[in-house]
Design a protein around this ligand. Sequence first.
Ligand SMILES: [Zn+2]
Length: 336
Amino acid sequence: MLKKLVNECRFTLTLRTESPLLVREGRYGSPQIEKKSGVPDSFFVCRNTPEEIRKAIDNNNYSNLSFYLPGSSLRGVVRSHAEKIVRTLIPEGSLCCKPGNNTTCKGSYKNSCVICKLFGSMGSAGRIQIHDSETLKKGIDFERYGNAIDRFTGSVSEKEKADGGKGGMLFSNQLLKDYVFTSRIVIRNFEIWQLGLLAYVLRDFHAFSGNDEPGLITLGFGKNRGLGRVKGSIDKVSVVYYNRNLETKTYGLMGMGEMEPLSSDSYGFITSGPLPNGLLEEATIEPETPYRKQCKVKDNVLFFKTCAAAWNKAVDNSEFSALSTLKERSKVLHGV
Ligand SMILES: [Zn+2]
């Protein structure tokens, strides 16, 4: 991929919990923080040191822990939802590789599927960064008990019954309620269709709808028990262009295909357009970084809708190299 930084789209995704949420603290139960009886079997992930967590557990008081949504967790959820969208749209699967050792996306950016182009693969780094969240509003944490369900019979686990217990292994989790997290998302060297694919994911967080209903995407543990429902909203959307030669203050929306036309063939960039004018406000240029032009997005919904239309168009016109290669191949095979 191009080594230089050309453009960036940045925004914040705020997620408000609509049902109890648990993203597990992976350190609990490791040698760092050993399991203890009489406390929850799993805790919400936090920024604190093992000492601080051990102290909170000993005192059975978690109010000083700083819970957050790790960027890597949110990224995983966003990626798998984007895969779902792509597979639903093009069931043949040519736009989305099968993850694992047999993935076809081991090589260059150009030959990667649309998912790996945005999120990265073994062969190329992803374009999207999702930062660890800040906590906008602290709610409450509480402990909830549940029965361990036998995955085979679907009934309450028989193991404890056999051991002479009452039946049904009881476990408990620490859950969060009424929390609001906000995560910074940056897409570097983006193509416009990538923002369009992301727009579909954001829509399913209900980030563009005025009503307060939770979105279709759930986070963390216990999704089939109704946990982890969230409502999203987006804010502070801006586009940054990096170029010493751009002198003007007024810019349209430009992806890699528009900004680097000479590299388009070697990287398989797609040009989108024509796009509506006036999506971006005038650029602000800091005197110490004159090559950096930052433009606020005027209307978030219109902006992401425009990008979604660019994604739709690229899909309809089979502009992705993976898909067109497949078409070419089938033409050869079937003599069409
Ligand atoms: Zn792939």
